[in-house]
Design a protein around this ligand. Sequence first.
Ligand code: PLP
Length: 376
Amino acid sequence: MRPIQMVDTRTQYHKIKPDVDKAVLDVMESSAFINGQPVRDFAANLSAYLGVKHTIPCANGSDALQIAMMALGFQPGDEVITPSFTYIATTEVIALLNLTPVFTDVDPRTFCMDPVQLEKAITTKTKAIVPVHLYGQAAPMEDIMEIAKKHNLYVIEDNAQAIGCDYIFSDGVKKKTGSIGHIGTTSFYPSKNLGAFGDGGAIFTNDDELAVKMKMIANHGQRTRYYHDLVGCNSRLDTMQAAILDIKLKHLDEYITARRKAADYYDQAFGGQPGIRIPFRASYCHHVFHQYTLILEGVDRDGLNQFLSENKIPAMIYYPVPGHKQKMFEQFGVASQSLPVTDWLTERVISLPIHTELDEEQLTYITTKILEYINQ
Ligand SMILES: *Cc1c(COP(=O)(O)O)cnc(C)c1O
């Protein structure tokens, strides 16, 4: 059996190696390392895939969130509502820009923002909502957009974990996550569903004015070279990464199918087993399984983790400390905040290996071992 990894980017590369190698060599030959044609091609192809008007490539998913928030013209102290149960990049940027993060609880089934809790967190200082499509499943965007409209708030979708996920509105209209809010952001970190061979990110919007502003901010605030109208930053997707991503984008739907197949295999094995809850699949979207995350109820997580590691099966806790308990946010007095679902999940979740290259032998081994531990 091939060794089991959380993510197997090398085997994935080997399957498209001739195309990737040629694309990289072409960039080297052209020597257009920055803002080469592949950057524009990839942005156009990604816009078409997502059904969004503008894609602005940038250096990583954290910058994407930062540029989005800089473009919306918030003032220090303005409040941004976000889940506590997410990767730190979502929430850190809020504090970095001297805004106030307001943590809200999640739905225990979807792991995503709970609209009822969201509405309770809105104050006169609230300016924006940042839902996260965690583990590859969409937050309930229809409800979130309705609440945002009612209270006149911006919505920035953190789509780093769910690129390619279809959201189905109650009238049957389908949209890709990242194209629904005022702005969407994503990351091309190598382990993400559309991963580069290094860092990368992108911002999405259907708003022409915001697009111009965000493009300027990502490029030292200039529209015309050496004329700097806005305070910005330097955040670029380099040409080589864009060339690789453009090839991988053509395979994204295949990659999603492979991830869902692995998830189906796990569901079959674990469904109905006492002590473990398989991931809930919301009917309003098409889960793209960036992570396959179980909730353990009555099964000792540390014990299972130890057992898995002894059997050479990697597993991860995403995330061991929720945002409101992180030291960096102590200044906001959120440590004592009551987010019961977030705290409950933080103690019970465990993510299993999931990627595009898991074979049946590996999946059988993983599920057999886990069932052996649970039923011992
Ligand atoms: C990966 C990730 C980010 C940040 O992306 P980087 O490219 O690592 O900066 C932001 N939000 C979420 C939810 C992520 O998973």
